[in-house]
Ligand binder design. Structure first.
Ligand code: RIB
Length: 299
């Protein structure tokens, strides 16, 4: 079982002619509300991919529909608490090129007490996995406790903040980073080559398996002497929101099923390529059958 200590947000989407500039008032031409949050997106993607995932989350009581949606997708939601607090939400602008800008309000995602997390870690099995992103509070504490219990840790340092760089990342078995996150963790300048980023990540975290996602430039896996490249799929993105989350959920499900790293990369990249052609966060995450069809393995 994988336990995902992750955010749940209500995403408010606006299609815009361009991302709003400082001081500008801009009219959007489409508006929708959907389930998002990096944590919820990754749980839902993992469940759609056939993985076993339990979500540790906090959700405003009025947004209980979000819990049902995760449950319908196959996520174990027993450990999602409904609380009398404003829930997390995001204001997401998507421009005509599919680029986005996200304003985040953490709300209930930042209300975890150490006691409640202790109970969740206590209930997990020592050989279970923990997955986390950077949208919930008490992150360092959770990583240390989960590691002390013997759990394997997968971490996605998104969104990147100064505090993340100070986390005990050496406790992680698996790290998922995009270009910006890799640059921030290694101190390399913007635009550094993939090989330089991977070298610097390996120097900093020699025991950690690293997956570097580069959007339209493909993805890499690195561990020890092994370095694998997954070429990008030729697609025109409509909305890149949650593409990284889709990738991570599909990767982890494939890994949980015992697939080798190159297969995990291929399935994850294929799922993300389908996702970027659709609008929204959880709404864009494909079903496993769609991914297998594109992989040429459909029935
Ligand atoms: O990664 C995409 C997600 O980031 C923010 O957490 C939004 O809620 C959105 O769903």
């Amino acid at each position: 079982m994988l336990h995902n200590f992750g955010s749940i947000n209500l995403d408010h989407f606006y299609r815009v002619p361009h991302l709003v500039r400082p001081g500008e008032t801009l009219a959007g031409h489409d508006y929708r509300v959907g389930l998002g949050g990096k944590g919820a997106n990754q749980s839902l993607a993992m469940a759609r991919a056939g993985g076993q995932v339990r979500h540790w989350g906090r959700l405003g009581r009025h947004d209980a529909w979000a819990k049902e949606l995760l449950e319908q997708a196959g996520v174990d939601t027993e450990t999602i608490m409904l609380v009398d607090e404003p829930g997390g939400h995001a204001i997401i602008q998507v421009d005509d090129q599919g680029e986005n800008a996200i304003l985040l309000f953490p709300g209930a995602n930042h209300g975890f007490s150490e006691a409640s997390l202790d109970e969740l870690i206590e209930a997990a099995a020592p050989d279970d996995w923990l997955l986390a992103q950077n949208e919930c509070n008490a992150l360092a504490w959770v990583l240390e406790r989960a590691h002390a219990k013997g759990m394997q840790i997968a971490f996605n340092p998104a969104p990147m903040t100064e505090e993340v760089a100070a986390l005990p990342l050496e406790l992680c078995q698996l790290l998922f980073v995009n270009r910006g996150e890799a640059e921030a963790l290694t101190g390399l300048p913007e635009g550094a080559a993939a090989n330089e980023l991977l070298d610097a990540l390996a120097a900093r975290l020699p025991d950690t398996e690293t997956v570097l996602t580069l959007g339209g430039d493909g993805a890499w896996y690195q561990h020890g002497e092994t370095r694998l490249f997954q070429p990008p799929l030729p697609v025109t993105p409509r909305d890149t929101t949650a593409a990284g989350d889709t990738f991570i959920g599909y990767y982890l499900a494939a890994r949980q099923a015992g697939m080798p790293a190159e297969t995990c990369l291929e399935r994850a990249a294929t799922a993300a390529a389908i996702g970027v052609q659709r609008l929204g966060a959880t709404e864009s995450i494909p079903e496993l059958a769609d991914v297998e069809t594109l992989l040429g393995q459909g029935t």
